[in-house]
Design a protein around this ligand. Structure first.
Ligand code: HEC
Length: 152
């Protein structure tokens, strides 16, 4: 199922893309996603507004419309370059989809605020030196076919 910051490999949400080449690359070269710390740039009010806006991408939220509007403007300036204009993410950068209900760290306002304010630097280790290309291909096949589709 994955822990905090560690993706669930059995769902269909792929931080770096779920194609064979994407998964092989993740295993062989590793990944180092970086979410920048934006607390200082956004300030307290800005943080609250952008968090409300992010929450509103996936579900109805109880926030004043002017706060959501301000959050949307901040999102366009500070977040869209990585997470996409519509919030669906950029696999090439490992920037996750913020509109679905899959979360690396958690879906509460408190967790999202902490991630945005303080950032996260994560690491998937590289196995290209330890595993042969055939082993990497077999693992990729396993993750793709069996973990994502346990019924097969
Ligand atoms: C430089 C690119 C970049 C920018 C700019 C950026 N992010 Fe991120 N963000 C990332 C990456 C990469 C991750 C994944 C971090 C990881 O895997 O640990 C991430 C993770 C997150 C998460 C955690 C998602 C989850 O599934 O738990 C949230 C929430 C988030 N970003 C919101 C924002 C918001 C809001 C902004 C703007 C204020 C923003 N990000 C700006 C790259 C970026």
């Amino acid at each position: 199922m994955g822990g905090a910051g560690i993706p669930n490999l059995t769902d269909n949400a792929w931080q770096y893309g779920g194609q064979t080449a994407d998964i092989e690359r993740s295993i062989s070269h590793g990944r180092r996603p970086v979410m920048p710390a934006l607390g200082r740039a956004l300030g307290d009010t800005g943080l609250g507004q952008v968090v409300s806006y992010v929450l509103s991408l996936g579900r109805p939220v109880d926030a004043p419309p002017e706060s959501l509007k301000a959050g949307k403007e901040l999102y366009a300036v500070f977040c869209a370059s990585c997470h996409g204009v519509d919030g669906t993410g950029t696999p090439a950068l490992g920037a996750p989809d913020l509109t679905d209900d899959t979360w690396l760290y958690g879906s509460t306002a408190g967790v999202i605020r902490d991630v945005v304010a303080n950032g996260r630097a994560n690491e998937m280790p590289a196995f290209g030196e330890t595993l042969s290309p055939a082993e990497i291909a077999a693992l990729t096949d396993f993750v793709q076919r069996f973990m994502s589709n346990p019924s097969r």
